[in-house]
Every structure is written in C-alpha cells, then in structure tokens.
Design a protein around this ligand. Structure first.
Ligand SMILES: Cc1cc2nc3c(=O)[nH]c(=O)nc-3n(C[C@H](O)[C@H](O)[C@H](O)COP(=O)(O)O)c2cc1C
Length: 407
C-alpha cells in the first residue's frame, strides 16, 4: 500500500465494548461525601439541559491547521487531549460561518455541510470522556484573508494574496477603515452582506447541532466582524447599523436572535465579548453591562468575558492573572439571570477557585495554560483535595491528594 492509500483508511472509531465511557475529571461521590462538599471548580453546573461535570472550560484556540475549513487528525489529537485530561467543556476554535469570514486559508470552517462529519467525530470522542463540546461561530471581518502565522514567523497580520488562497478583495467591515496600516482593504458591508452573514450564523448553528455540539458560542470579541460593529472606533456607519449604541449592537442582536431561533432550546448559547476596547473613545465596560440584558433577553445563557483586539493602539493596563475578571464581576453584580466566565492569564488553581467563591463568575475559561499544562484539571483536583475520575487507561498513574500514587 502506498502512503496515500494508508492515509485514506479511516481510523477505527473508539469501541465501547473495549473502553467504557468514562467521565474523566468528575468529582467522585466518595470524595464529595468524605469532605462535605467539593470546591466550586468541581461542582457540576447545568446550563439549560447541558450538565458540565466541572467548571473548567477550554477557551477556543485557532490552530491554523485546516485545509478548506476541514478539521483533521490534528484537531482530534489537540482537542482530544483536553477531554482525556478532564476539562468540563472544550470550545472548538473560531470556525468561520462563511468562507471569506476566515482569518486565514487554514482556519476551520462550518460553512459547508461537508464540514460536519469530521467535527462530529471529534465531538463523539469528547463525549466518551464525559466532556461537552462547544463550537465558536465566527466571522473575521476586517481581519480576514491573512496568512497563517506559521507562514509569517508568528506574525498574524500579513495579507494573504489571491495567488496564495486569500481573498483580499472581499474583506468586509462596518466601515471602510483598515484594521491596521498595511492590513486588508476593507469594504463597507452592504445590507445584503449583513443579511447573508446573519443567515450564515444560523446555517452554521444548524450544522453544529447536526455535529452533536452541546454549546455554540458567538464570537463577538477581538476585533472580528461583530466586535467591529459594536465599537464606535471601527463603526462609522450612518444607517441603522451605526451611530447610536442601539444601532451598533443591532448586528449582534440580529445574529443572536437568528442563531437562537435555530439552535435547540435545550442547548446553551454563549457570546464572547471584548468587554472593552482598551482605547479612548471606544467600547467600554459600561457599554458591556448595558448590552448584556439585551443578549439575555434573546436567550443567551453565558457571557465569555474577554477584551481588546479591535484597534492596534489599545493600551491594556495589565496582563496579570485574571485581567478580565472585573468585567465578569461587573456583569454578575449588575445583571440578573445570566452566567459569566472570565478568560485571561488564569493559571493558578486557587485563584480560579477564588473567582468562583467570590461570585465573580460561574465558570473559568483558560487557553494557553492548557497548551502548557493539559493535565491542569487533574492537578487542580489534587491541589484542592478532591478525588476525580481519571481515564481508565491511566489509572495506574493516578495521583491522590498530596501527590500520592497507587502502585
Ligand atoms: C493559539 C491561540 C489561538 C486562539 N484562538 C482564539 C479563537 O479561535 N477564538 C477566540 O475567541 N480566542 C482565541 N484565542 C484567545 C484565547 O481564547 C484566550 O482568550 C486568550 O489566550 C487569553 O486567555 P489565556 O491567558 O488563558 O491564554 C486564542 C489564543 C491562543 C493562544
């Protein structure tokens, strides 16, 4: 057999007759009973009909490793590792709802029915570990048609020309303002473009449901299309999608309404926001607190609190652990009946537990720490002295509180 032929033989799916379905990272009953309670990080949480076995969420992370939007064995290995190590929910990377809504030609996409099958296999694997799967639905807006950072030595901001698979003549934003000097030329989105984008979010959500995802998250952060409509620094439209606060939030609300109308009522809908632009004259934390009730009233269950990314001259005052916690806390304190979770710099188990104990969020999102330390959840359990399930295959190496191992 040639290598090509070998590569075309699909891997055998996991066989339940050999491997029991096992909720890795769940607090064991004997541990709960022994201590009179578990740390909040390991207290299960139900959002609509979806029960998370713990409150640790892997934040979406672009891998720039897809071709034509299709996920592959890289994504299975990458996302699967977080499930075998016990994360409660893994949110798959920003997946474009339209082909030209990708950041790079190597982004994942959910703009074709054919994208469903590879994602469904990864979702099914996560489910064998009792880990829930979320998909982040995205449109890159002014940041579309760039090279993958692998091709530009880590630079995210190099325009990818047509000859290399880019689409620099079809990059849309609220107004014809480049995101950065030398970035793609931005075309002002027409009403038809806007209608198409809203429709595409709905189509993508329907595909996500078919793939078995438990959660979808609308990407409203980091300067991508939705965020650029929210901010007066990037949105200078004079129609009903620009100008006043109510007009700038209109695109997000219409996307939310449409997505919620096609996404099952039993499944949670999250929105990720850049809670501030970190720039004078831009979107602020107060704007976020004002926006959240509109989202809640349209069926959003949880706000994933991030910040920045819309203008290159932003000034982030600190990248200390938990720099977005104050935004999550402000929403919790000012808006009823909506959950939140902060992301940003969180690495420490007790810091994360403390955020939950103080009521500053309902869940914790973490990205880079999971790349450095994929066993974070199991190690957090150890540190916080709660016994959790390990994958049956790894039982022989299991640590108990204070680092003791079974022999
Ligand atoms: C490799 C990488 C890829 C990322 N891709 C996405 C993405 O697809 N969607 C998104 O909203 N944020 C993305 N982010 C941002 C993270 O989700 C997270 O918000 C940020 O890294 C701060 O959290 P951390 O300090 O825990 O890493 C990415 C971050 C990294 C490091």
């Amino acid at each position: 057999m040639s290598t090509d032929q070998l590569f075309n033989v699909p891997l055998k799916p996991l066989d339940a007759s050999a491997i029991p379905v096992h909720p890795t990272g769940i607090a064991l009953q004997r541990s709960v009973e022994g201590t009179g309670g578990v740390p909040l990080l390991f207290k299960q949480i139900k959002i609509r009909d979806v029960q998370l076995k713990n409150r640790v969420i892997v934040s979406p992370m672009c891998q720039y490793s897809a071709v034509d939007g299709f996920m592959n064995t890289w994504h299975m290995t990458h996302l699967g590792q977080f499930a075998t190590r016990g994360a409660g929910l893994v949110i798959f990377e920003a997946s474009a709802v339209k082909e030209h809504g990708r950041i790079t030609p190597n982004d994942a996409g959910i703009y074709l029915d054919e994208h469903i099958a590879p994602m469904a296999q990864i979702v099914a694997f996560l489910h064998t570990q009792g880990t829930k799967a979320g998909l982040q639905l995205a449109h890159a807006g002014r940041k579309a048609s760039c090279y993958s950072p692998f091709r530009t030595h880590g630079e995210h901001t190099v325009v990818c020309p047509k000859e290399e698979g880019g689409w620099p003549d079809d990059v849309i934003g609220p107004s014809p303002i480049q995101q950065w000097e030398g970035g793609p030329q931005v075309r002002e989105a027409t009403k038809e473009d806007i209608r198409n984008v809203i429709k595409a979010f709905g189509e993508a959500a329907k595909r996500a449901d078919k793939a078995g995802f438990d959660v979808v998250e609308i990407h409203g952060a980091h300067g991508y299309l939705i965020n650029s409509f929210l901010s007066p620094l990037s949105n200078q439209r004079t129609d009903e999608y620009g100008g006043s606060f109510e007009n700038r939030i209109r695109l997000l609300l219409e996307i939310t309404e449409h997505t919620r109308s096609v996404w099952p009522a039993s499944k949670p809908l999250f929105v990720r926001l850049s809670c501030t632009d970190w720039a004078d004259g831009g979107w602020t934390g107060q704007d976020t607190v004002r926006l959240v009730p509109y989202l809640r009233d349209r069926g959003v269950d949880l706000i994933d609190c991030s910040s920045g990314g819309n203008v290159p001259w932003q000034k982030v005052p600190s990248h200390e652990q938990g720099w977005n916690v104050p935004f999550s806390r402000d929403i919790k304190q000012n808006v009823k009946d909506i959950m939140t979770g902060p992301v940003g710099g969180i690495v420490d188990y007790r810091f994360a537990e403390c955020v939950l104990q103080k009521g500053e969020g309902d869940v914790i999102f973490m990205a880079r720490e999971f790349l450095r330390h994929p066993t974070w959840v199991l190690d957090a359990a150890d540190d916080l002295e709660v016994e959790v399930a390990w994958p049956v295959q790894y039982e022989r190496s299991k640590r108990f509180a204070h680092g003791h191992t079974k022999h």
